[in-house]
Design a protein around this ligand. Sequence first.
Ligand code: XIL
Length: 464
Amino acid sequence: MRMIKLGIREAGAKAARGPLAVAATALLTATALVALPQSTAHAADTLGAAAAEKGRYFGAAVAANHLGEAQYAATLNTEFNSVTPENEMKWDALEPSRGSFSFGNADRIVNHARGRGMAVRGHTLVWHSQLPGWVSGLGTSDLRSAMNNHITQVMTHYRGQIHSWDVVNEAFQDGSSGARRSSPFQDRLGNGFIEEAFRTARATDPNAKLCYNDYNTDGVNAKSNAVYTMVRDFKSRGVPIDCVGFQSHFNSASPVPSDYRANLQRFADLGVDVQITELDIEGSGTTQATNYGNVVTACLAVSRCTGITVWGIPDKYSWRSSGTPLLFDDNYTKKPAYHAVLSALGGSDGGGGDPGGPGDPDAACTAAYTTAEDWGGGYNGKVTITAGRSPISAWAVNVTMTPPQKVSTVWNGSPTWDGSGNVMTVRSSWNGTLAAGASTTFGFTVTRNGGSTTPPQLGPCTAS
Ligand code: XIL
């Protein structure tokens, strides 16, 4: 038993690179882990290895011009096992003038990735944006042949090297209409352009997964309903489609929807894979960490959710850098969001336990939970916050309740609640200032409502 186990963990932690390795790990996990106790497992300590142990990939959007930066490349190589070129495979980059292709920057990314056993997502073949002017100027039959030629040339160049292609990107309008978005393709070729693009793609690289990719389709809404109807129609008529990409660009105006998992699941139930393709979540600290953790948990709950890609590595290179939406700060330090993702994937980094959890010597503060009094129908929870090696002036920690348990009162801390009502962020009130190594406590009363006895789960402690 032990030897089998070691083999699995090695596959997950070291060799889990590329789609074959991912698939192999998934198979091993599915068939062999059943008989093995989880408790003795050594947790994976990178995003890619932790995701691989769950049979998924964890990728990043990558820009060719950053690959020469040592810290950028080191973070990419250590943490991720899939890449998406952020701009280098778009039409304006690959075919800036008709029939003349420039693959240099895209090739640099593909070679970097494949040389290290990482998988590559192709993004994107047919899109109204970052489209060179010459395409918009074409008449109907010229446009049709230009589209099919573009797909054929690009997919032939990368045949066998790309695990999934975003064949068509963002073809639907925002809002309640459920209509197709106006674009040269839509306006001249009509609704059938999407189907035609997928058929050409399948004929060119039969082994690549072919995806439709869009944004504002992450929850159940008019736009995702329209995509859903299209995918259902494609499946019923045998139009080749294998996956749907959910971009998942979130901020306060466009938060992680509460029906995210259910939406992923309904697409998966049509018989396609689902992938989270461009994840970024504006924010900071525990709120951002909670949102990231929820996205990962939703993907893991859907067996056909095969992987997650974050849309960049450090905040400073994000297309929305002012919203600090990524997992690494400008110095490549792991943010609370990183730790939330790793922990949701079942991983853990370093020997110090969970960051900000009990016993982490490097954390600015740590949080530890105990149940103080338990009277069956409810209990009082107590959390001890301890400052790390430096003094702090404020702290915060997320407390996640298992429904139908509900918190009724909180003392010595000030709570706010997320949309689900199950995650409470408790911030210091009068007791934020702590000397190095000093502790304070906050407490709360929980009613069980006849429900589970699972104790509250603490997120990492963050301090300022
Ligand atoms: C963005 C890139 O991140 C930027 O660098 C570029 O200037 C614009 O495009 N949806 C997509 C991605 O499908 O290709 C976009 O990427 C972000 C929105």
